[in-house]
Write a protein that binds this ligand. Structure first.
Ligand code: PBG
Ligand code: ZN
Length: 326
């Protein structure tokens, strides 16, 4: 059968038929809100390039938690801005480090599922994701030991999931071993498996003060044109014991999300990063696009590509929109 018997528009004429035949839906349960805590701050701070994203002081954990929980979001990913930095990123694995403190307080005052981002770049004075060797290159294997320590300290603080984002080889295995050896056998790892060397991280680095002082992250993050290499990264993380895999950024890498969702049976997360968020917010502020509809379209596209979990700065706003429609 063909036109004129077949008319695809029949299913588009009525709002309720469109809802009935919708192939892709969003639900607050699949969204994760990133959250920032600054150990040296005494009040909430805003960042120009990330409209609507607040950085909280440690005393603001309760306020931070209640806003998110109120929207219907159940999961957050915690990032920290430490008071001091050094060559080996000691703030990342200090028992009283900013993430450890924030995680402890969030768990105390809420029922939120708390995912801890694990990296050294917010804590090193050179801004790289690992320790440097004599030539100034990020030294893979000594970094693994520090990642293991960081994971244990985050789990000790109460983190429900550990999410390593540094792209060192062997990081998932090292963290799994460290967690298992310290009585955290049941703490899952959400691996930033396919993290590309992207310019879309710019606003995050302003906010988290984690821009590398010299050089860039091309020595460890995936070149943006390399899809097969991304699949190898995911394969390795699966073999090392990752519980959840991730593709990051999301919108510009929908093909990678699609392929990962078809090739692997683990839950798949996608991280809609700061630059993706900032571009939509900036264009919406200028009234060049409809901010809400673009937000929804961007999230639906990530979901349609195959992501089960979406980490997004829109989480709270999207959850409020979805609930308003119920
Ligand atoms: C830390 C980390 C980064 C992001 C998440 N974890 C920054 C980076 O790799 O430079 C980016 C998040 C974003 O841009 O929203 N390694
Ligand atoms: Zn990093």
């Amino acid at each position: 059968m063909m036109f004129p018997e077949v008319r695809l528009r029949r299913l588009r004429n009525d709002e309720r038929i469109r809802a009935l035949t919708a192939e892709t839906r969003l639900h607050p349960d699949m969204l994760v809100q990133p959250m920032f805590f600054d150990a040296g701050a005494d009040r909430v701070r805003l960042t120009g390039s990330m409209p609507g994203v607040r950085t909280f002081p440690l005393s603001g954990c309760e306020e931070a938690a209640s806003g998110v929980a109120d929207s219907g979001i159940g999961s957050v990913m915690v990032f920290g801005i430490p008071e001091g930095k050094d060559a080996v990123g000691s703030g990342a694995y200090a028992p009283d480090g900013v993430v450890q403190m924030a995680v402890g307080r969030l768990k105390e005052c809420s029922d939120l599922l708390v995912i801890a981002d694990l990296c050294l770049c917010e804590y090193t004075d050179h801004g790289h994701c690992g320790v440097l060797d004599a030539d100034g290159c990020v030294d893979n294997d000594p970094t693994l030991e520090l990642y293991g320590r960081t994971a244990v300290s985050q789990a000790d603080a109460g983190a429900d999931i550990i999410a390593p984002s540094g792209m060192m080889d062997g990081q998932v295995a090292a963290i799994r071993r460290a967690l298992d050896d310290s009585g955290h056998r049941n703490v899952p790892i959400m691996a930033y498996s396919a993290k590309f060397h992207s310019s879309y991280y710019g606003p995050f680095r302003d906010l988290a003060c984690s821009r590398p002082g010299c050089g860039d992250r091309s020595g460890y993050q995936i070149p943006c044109g390399n899809r097969r290499e991304a699949m190898r990264e995911i394969e390795m993380d699966v073999a090392e014991g990752a519980d959840i895999i991730m593709v990051k950024p999301a919108g510009p890498y929908l093909d990678v999300i699609r392929e990962a969702s078809l090739s692997f049976d683990l839950p798949l997360a996608a991280y809609q990063v700061s630059g993706e968020y900032a571009m939509i917010k900036a264009a919406a502020e200028k009234r060049w696009i409809d901010g809400r509809r673009t937000m929804e379209e961007s999230l639906l596209s990530i979901r349609r590509a195959g992501a089960d979990i979406i980490i997004t700065y829109f989480a709270e706003e999207a959850a409020r929109m979805l609930r308003g429609r119920e």
